[in-house]
Design a protein around this ligand. Structure first.
Ligand SMILES: C[S@@+](CC[C@H](N)C(=O)[O-])C[C@H]1O[C@@H](n2cnc3c(N)ncnc32)[C@H](O)[C@@H]1O
Length: 420
């Protein structure tokens, strides 16, 4: 509400106080060429997110010149920003600019084989959003951002996946909404419209070696963003309260990395990692010797009846967000005959925070992934209430308990107990 919005001066004062706090913790103030913000101590992460929120609020208030029209313009005109980055990716322009020093537009155009005039126009716009800079007229040099696109190939592949492969599905999504209103099927999305295929996104992309390779690198890049994810997972839930010898089933567990994290911390627990055939091969082969008697791997399709009866915990980490409600409920129903009274079912996913619970910039990180899941698979991210609804829809004897917050990330572990 307008009455609750701080004044411009109040916002500016908040920004000054937070900027001073951040700057005093850095070796030097960050620039677009020297990115020191990555050296910020983790205990100031909350302040950094809050400062982003405050600056965005101030910026948005000032943008509304002539009414909110400026803000609407800003949203629509991200399209040329994406176009500039897309061209920069497509023609591998970062790799053609010297890491130290500079190159003329003419030389660069010849090197990447594009028309010089088009290149200048693309890069001059790119420079306005910190993609390269022009140290002297007619010369191109790296900013911290474009240099990173050279040194970090998984980040480069993330750009390619998002802009070349996934973005067309987003553009086509309104048509998919008209064609298949409210669909919960993974083969009725923007992807099928954009690529004129009946295959689901993952099956389709697998047919193109270059695309699937950059897609898996983009997943690696996302995982690197939170290198302590398995640690957070292992510390968020009271695993230590389980009796010795308890059995935990990790459904859709990939290479078992989250079972490994909990097993390393709690030596009294046993794990069974279930996956589609072939998925866990590497995890099984590289399992540390001291965990071999406590972690087993098993082929199992989660849409079939659960073969491991009477386990203490069944957990699914980052499984439900790949599926629409209908399929999540089906997976839960397949568990029911295996559950003993008191067994716990845990669903861990990115969780959409309530408004005000986290910085707005963090909330948006989840809602934007939610829209990607929708446009690509008709899947979704959920808030705690929506996970609770899944448990209730599967069986009212699955008694929802609570959502455990994970320190340092946006995941929550939602817990239900089987009442029997
Ligand atoms: C996003 S990954 C999560 C992997 C792991 N739990 C983690 O948190 O890193 C989703 C996993 O679900 C698995 N999966 C998909 N369909 C499945 C099915 N029908 N049965 C068992 N696992 C399945 C995939 O193979 C994939 O490893």
């Amino acid at each position: 509400m307008a009455t609750e919005t701080p004044t411009l001066v109040e916002l500016a004062e908040q920004i000054l106080a937070q900027a001073k706090e951040i700057e005093s913790a850095l070796p030097s103030s960050p620039t677009f060429v020297n990115d020191t913000i990555s050296k910020l101590p983790s205990d100031l992460e909350k302040t950094r997110k809050s400062l982003i929120d405050t600056t965005e609020t101030l910026n948005a208030l000032l943008r509304g010149a002539g009414g909110p029209v400026g803000r609407i313009f800003d949203k629509c005109y991200t399209y040329p920003d994406e176009l500039a980055l897309h061209v920069i990716y497509h023609f591998r322009i970062p790799q053609a600019v010297p890491m130290d020093g500079q190159i003329s537009f003419a030389e660069l155009a010849a090197k990447v084989k594009v028309d010089e005039t088009q290149l200048i126009r693309i890069l001059r716009h790119g420079m306005s959003i910190h993609l390269f800079h022009e140290p002297t007229r007619g010369q191109v040099a790296h900013t911290a951002d474009t240099a990173l696109l050279v040194t970090d190939h998984t980040l480069f592949d993330l750009v390619g996946t998002l802009l070349e492969d996934l973005r067309p599905a987003g553009l086509a999504f309104p048509t998919a909404m008209e064609k298949w209103p409210g669909s919960q099927e993974a083969d009725q999305t923007g992807w099928q419209v954009a690529y004129d295929t009946s295959m689901s996104m993952y099956d389709h992309i697998c047919q193109y070696p270059e695309r699937i390779s950059r897609f898996s690198n983009h997943l690696t890049q996302i995982a690197r963003f939170d290198p302590r994810a398995s640690e957070h997972f292992a510390s968020a839930y009271p695993w230590g309260d389980l009796p010795p010898g308890s059995t935990i089933v990790d459904i859709g567990g990939g290479n078992g990395q989250y079972s490994v994290a909990v097993a390393e911390r709690y030596s009294h627990l046993n794990f069974i990692v279930q996956e589609k055939p072939g998925v866990s091969v590497e995890g099984a082969a590289t399992l540390p010797a001291h965990l071999k008697d406590r972690i087993k791997f098993m082929d199992h399709d989660m849409f079939d009846s659960q073969p491991v009866k009477d386990a203490d915990i069944y957990f699914m980490r980052h499984v439900f967000h790949n599926w629409s409600d209908k399929y999540c409920v089906e997976v839960l129903k397949k568990l029911i005959p295996a559950l003993k009274p008191g067994a716990k079912v845990l669903a861990c996913d990115l969780c959409i925070p309530d408004v005000g619970e986290r910085a707005e910039v963090e909330r948006r990180e989840v809602t934007r992934i939610d829209l990607m899941m929708m446009s690509l698979y008709n899947a979704r991210e959920r808030d705690v209430e929506q996970v609770k609804d899944l448990f209730e829809a599967a069986d009212d004897r699955l008694d929802f308990q609570k959502g455990y917050t994970l320190e340092g990330c946006m995941d929550k572990i939602c817990e239900a107990t089987w009442k029997g």
